[in-house]
Design a protein around this ligand. Structure first.
Ligand code: PMT
Length: 223
């Protein structure tokens, strides 16, 4: 970075999947590897920020100088995200949070029965980024939208519904980008327009994203 665009700022980043337990040995989760969120944490450090990374279970080592809080469930991710939020200037939600969790967690391993079909009852999880954006004293809030179709219209509706400042639209139907790949390709969507960022490594894309996000953030600060 030519200058430290986030110097002195505190950035919270969520990354990875959440795991929602069914019983002591099983859970509901998704294919997020944490690569996108960890790359953003590195890029934010390089831009001069103090970074707290709130991470679901992944096989990655947190970048140096990042405070990394490990969580499993969406509820734990929410608690860790809200802790110290008053000191947070910029919040980026790159985690793939499970929208639902099992209504009850069985105390013992669920046994195979005779029935051919087993039904799971799920209850909605809290929306972490919407909770952050709803705070009266809120950080500049940036979400992702992982979509398999109608990418930009769904992204725009999430931007509005969750009251975000920016959203990063990520087509997760294309092989080689999105979940668990080393590369990604996204479109940065704001109230005023769209910036497509071509396919590259998550490491380089994260640097471009942090640069764009810092620009919007600093503009809002100056306004
Ligand atoms: O981790 P990788 O393997 O590198 O993959 C990167 C990625 C594809 C996971 C990432 O680029 C990405 O798109 N992350 C968002 C994944 C997602 O589940 O998006 P969503 O459209 O369901 O959610 C929209 C936004 O709300 C996201 O910022 C999400 O973090 C947030 N959210 C969603 C549900 C919930 N209960 N709480 C939330 O905060």
């Amino acid at each position: 970075f030519e200058y430290l665009a986030l110097s002195g700022k505190t950035v919270f980043i969520t990354a990875g999947p959440t795991r929602e337990p069914l019983d002591p040995v099983r859970f509901i989760s998704n294919h997020s590897s944490g690569k996108m969120g960890y790359a953003l944490a590195q890029a934010a450090i390089d831009a001069g920020a103090r970074v707290k990374l709130i991470s679901g279970p992944v096989n990655l080592t947190a970048p140096e100088r990042v405070e990394c809080i490990q969580v499993e469930t969406a509820e734990e991710m929410l608690t860790a995200s809200l802790e110290g939020i008053n000191s947070c200037d910029l919040f980026i939600g790159a985690a793939a949070v499970a929208d639902y969790r099992p209504v009850a967690v069985a105390e013992h391993k669920i046994k195979k029965g005779n029935e051919e079909i087993m039904e799971l009852r799920l209850v909605k999880n809290p929306d972490i980024i919407a909770s952050v954006a709803a705070l009266s004293q809120r950080p500049f809030t940036v979400g992702f939208a992982a979509e398999t179709h109608d990418l930009l219209s769904y992204a725009r509706s999430k931007l509005e519904r969750k009251k975000l400042d920016l959203i990063i639209a990520n087509d997760v139907s294309v092989p080689g980008i999105g979940f668990n790949s080393d590369d990604n390709r996204v479109t940065l969507v704001s109230a005023s327009g769209e910036v497509p960022l071509p396919q590259t490594s998550k490491r380089l894309l994260a640097r471009q994203l942090i640069e764009h996000i810092a620009q919007h953030f600093n503009q809002q600060m100056a306004a």
